[in-house]
Design a protein around this ligand. Structure first.
Ligand SMILES: NC(=O)C1=CN([C@@H]2O[C@H](COP(=O)(O)OP(=O)(O)OC[C@H]3O[C@@H](n4cnc5c(N)ncnc54)[C@H](O)[C@@H]3O)[C@@H](O)[C@H]2O)[C@H](O)CC1
Ligand SMILES: [K+]
Length: 517
């Protein structure tokens, strides 16, 4: 699904209006959808308190007020602007509200103790937040900040129109104060700020309203941000040929492991098998091999090093390279001379898809090598590994995850998965996917190893790299979301993620994955 930044949304809006879609009609569709959402949850007669800002976000709220009044709700408006400062479409709707005698409390009559607002908040059944939408600039100014705080201080259901007021649609930051919503109904397309933290925590359940503007207006204006929905994820899931054999579902080699880190490549291998890979081989340094190979009978193992001196055995490595459809390198590999030499060799001489994770990333000391590689390269760093690759501090990476990920992916022409809450996937053509599945329980040792395995499992079944990385991250998060229901976020472990891959796939097939609802 396309995701639009506020400025992109405005450009699409403008183009659609110029092409003949009346702005007032778009507002009508938006407000009608807001009213429908209220009708779905609360019965007629209930008290609906609607906060109206002076821009078009307020206009959407005024349309909703008209419909809810028509349908028998007890509607009360709180108008945060003078009538003369409302936009044309909003003013028209405000006048229609007045014609219906809808109760209105105006900002200039609200005392500085806000007692009347507090009373209305205490008595209402639901709050609609139509104070500010994508037109916000800078920190919340004026009395809007006080009203947002009052809304957050009562325990009421809150429906945010387009975006919770105070959240930046651009990047999800809180601009001073922001409404904490139960639901957010966003207009036309989700904005990055709804999907990125901290904004995402303020949105509650997100719904998208179809404003009936054809997608060609978006494509003409250009877009670069996306998020995968459940139905798209299902479309991308590789189909399994009835006559397929293990060769047709791909042979993966996982290169990694080191003393004390013998389980990491096993997690990667098992995750790949559970996702559907035909065959997984682990290539492990000799001193660790026997421990790793004892974990699971489904995994084939090969020694990566010579038995006499534990140096890389290049003959075996060449055979492994020739015999694999793709390689995952790095899980539990440690930062030894062996791992550094092997990773370098793979980057420059392995001509099939290569995924580098964990310590495989930590031993890359010359990032120019990445750029020189022509074949598919996927990197899956967490912020610490990304910081190391760029020789930056973690906080610099976290300040603008999308920009950093995109620059790296485009410059080095690779697929970059920057892990973390709302994992960012940057593609070599500059496209960005913001992932919506996953939870805090997944911040646990080995979780990244399973992600590498899931992506490899999809790629080895023939999925294009772009789809394998995006769907892999989605499925990994979905497995985590299903697991956490049983384990709680305290007890979730990486092995649980593997155990829940089948449930995640089933959920996709049933059409009920972590969809933006
Ligand atoms: N997506 C669509 O196609 C449609 C969206 N609609 C709704 O319109 C708003 C965007 O409307 P806009 O008038 O551009 O902006 P806002 O309503 O968010 O408010 C702008 C208004 O607020 C004042 N302001 C700006 N920054 C601050 C601040 N920091 N503190 C206080 N006040 C601030 C400023 O003076 C402006 O006047 C979108 O979100 C949708 O809800 C259409 O209705 C349908 C089509
Ligand atoms: K809002």
């Amino acid at each position: 699904m396309i995701v639009l930044k506020p400025a992109e949304m405005r450009a699409v809006d403008k183009a659609a209006i110029e092409a003949g879609f009346p702005g007032v009609m778009l507002m009508e569709i938006a407000g009608r959808a807001v009213a429908d959402k209220v009708v779905k949850f609360i019965e007629p007669g209930s008290k609906v308190l609607i906060f109206i800002g002076k821009g078009n976000n307020g206009g959407d709220g005024l349309v909703a007020a008209r419909y809810l009044d028509t349908e028998g709700y007890n509607v009360q408006l709180i108008l945060l602007a003078g009538e003369d400062s409302l936009s044309d479409s909003s003013l028209m709707n405000y006048r229609l509200c007045k014609l219906r005698s809808i109760n209105t409390l105006k900002i200039d009559t609200i005392g500085t103790d806000y007692q009347e607002v507090k009373n209305l908040l205490a008595a209402c059944d639901i709050v609609i937040d139509a104070i500010l939408g994508t037109g916000i600039s800078g920190s919340i100014r004026g009395r809007a900040a006080d009203l947002i705080e009052l809304i957050n201080n009562v325990d009421k259901k809150v429906l945010a129109v387009d975006i919770p007021s105070g959240i930046s649609g651009e990047n999800g930051s809180v601009l001073g104060k922001a409404v904490k919503a139960t639901w957010t109904l966003t207009m036309a397309y989700p904005k990055p700020g709804l999907l990125l933290y901290p904004g995402r925590k303020y949105c509650g359940q997100i719904g998208v309203v179809d404003l009936t503007v054809p997608e060609k207006f978006v494509l003409n204006e250009g877009c670069s941000h996306y998020t995968l929905t459940c139905s798209e994820a299902l479309d991308w899931l590789p189909t399994r040929e009835k006559t397929g054999h293990k060769g047709s579902f791909g042979k993966i080699t996982v290169i990694g492991g080191s003393p004390g880190m013998d389980g990491a490549p096993v997690l990667t291998g098992l995750a790949a098998l559970k996702t559907g890979a035909g065959l997984v081989r682990l290539a492990i340094p000799g001193d660790t091999l026997s421990i790793s190979s004892a974990y699971s009978p489904e995994l084939i193992t090969t020694p990566l090093t010579k038995s006499d001196n534990n140096e890389p055995d290049w003959n075996i490595i060449s055979k492994v390279m020739a015999d694999s459809d793709m390689i995952v390198a790095g899980p539990g590999f440690g930062r030894s001379k062996t791992s550094s030499e092997v990773i370098k060799k793979l980057i420059s001489t392995y001509h099939k898809p290569l995924l580098i994770d964990a310590d495989g990333l930590n031993v890359i000391d010359d990032i120019k090598l990445l750029k020189q590689r022509k074949e598919t390269l996927i990197l899956t760093p967490h912020p610490g590994e990304m910081a190391r690759l760029l020789d930056e501090e973690i906080k610099v990476i976290q300040q603008d995850r999308i920009k950093i990920a995109r620059q790296f992916a485009v410059d080095k022409q690779l697929y970059l998965v920057l892990k973390g809450a709302a994992t960012i996937i940057a593609l070599p053509d500059g496209k960005i996917y913001i992932n919506t599945t996953g939870n805090e329980g997944m911040a646990t040792a080995g979780s990244g190893d399973t992600l590498a395995g899931i992506i490899a499992g999809l790629l080895s079944q023939g999925l294009a790299p772009e789809k394998a990385v995006v769907l892999g991250v989605y499925l990994h998060g979905l497995a985590g979301d299903l697991a956490v229901q049983d384990t709680t976020s305290y007890s979730l472990m990486a092995g649980d993620l593997i155990d829940y891959i089948p449930a995640a796939i089933k959920k996709l097939i049933a059409g009920s994955g972590g969809e933006l609802k």
